[in-house]
Design a protein around this ligand. Sequence first.
Ligand code: DCP
Ligand code: MG
Length: 419
Amino acid sequence: MTSAPPDEPAAPRLRRIAHLDMDAFFASVELLRYPQLKGLAVVIGGGRRKVDELLHQSPDGQGLREPHFIPVADFPLLKDYVGRGVITTATYAARQFGVGSAMGMMKAAKLCPHAIVLPVDFEEVRRFSRLFKSTITEIAPVMQDRGVDEVYIDFTDVPGGQREGGRVLARLIQKSIFDVTGLTCSIGVAPNRLLAKMASEFNKPNGISIVHEEDLKDRIWPLNVRKINGIGPKAGEKLASLGITTIGQLAAQDPQWLIERFGKSSGAWMHRVAWGRDDSPVVTESEPVGMSRETTFDRDLHAVRDRAELGRIFTDLCERVAADLQRKGYVGKTIGIKLRYDDFKIATRDQTLDRYTQDAATIRRAAGLCLKRVPLDRKLRLLGVRVGTLEREGDVPDGPPEPRPPRSREADPYTRPLF
Ligand code: DCP
Ligand code: MG
């Protein structure tokens, strides 16, 4: 390790914020599955994965084909599409024809009839979304999730984050994401989130743009006001009707004039952002520590006399917690219950499993065991089920486990559930 000599003052650390956005994300994910389509015009939209099933079925009816080996000529084309579907995204090759997000498929077919149409695979998209984000946080831990394909990253204190205005670190992140996923992204690095978001679009696809405070006049002011994250179609229209289309024109307005037309906070905000000012921090979302579902009964229920009804509610709560975990992509290890008695006293119990789960039946069995450890002589007002000690599904080495079948009935404490 070498360090700077003590008499050489360290360069001042500037706030450097990056915005990273994946290129043609849903389409690029499909190209990983069908690399033979690389470079071609492909649009994502329309029907379900039935297309895939058809594609994968070999023409002679002899089983399934490998996705890689399906001839390009067998893919469905936009010109043959009939329906009211809308395009979700398009490859850059398709965009050259003027085709893009939110355009009706029939209209797009007129512009680019030979484009290949594929449906979106949300599960696959989510998997790659998690993968590229975890690749980033391994390098730069302060990351804010902004949706399926974009994040903000605070470069300020990360090694390489100051070099060449952030370009060195941006390059490393871009390369790491490509190595791990095979996908490209574009990154803008700037003094704040507002400018970084605009910068990430400057060099799409697979580009890096570095913006400094002094670039405001040349690179930001010529842009349309709609490029400001937060100025939507309505505000854009109103500004246009006032003769303001570029960010530079917005910056030239007297703040008071803007406040009179857009209200105190919006008017002041518009003036601030037009001058490239934004102090908002990159906020790392905290991971949830647990997920729970509970219900208060319409009438107080008794563990023995209302056993059937309680049993149904209990199972339902477990299923709902399991569905929450699955939907959000978590697995948990600690299963807990909460009861409130008719005297409003609360009892909780929990149990930690050997393995992580998101399975309703596993949760139900463990929660049933917890229930055996609480007094049940009073009536109940409320019942809750919680799963804690969460990990992201996929981060757990052995994956979401299946419950092991009990060795024998005698050894199985779950065979006599209370509810
Ligand atoms: N998306 C969507 N509906 C829209 C716009 C986008 O479902 N109206 C989806 C599909 C995109 C993904 O979100 O692949 C990311 O949106 P982007 O705006 O970042 O678009 P892309 O990543 O597809 O392209 P770009 O390279 O311009 O970022
Ligand atoms: Mg994108």
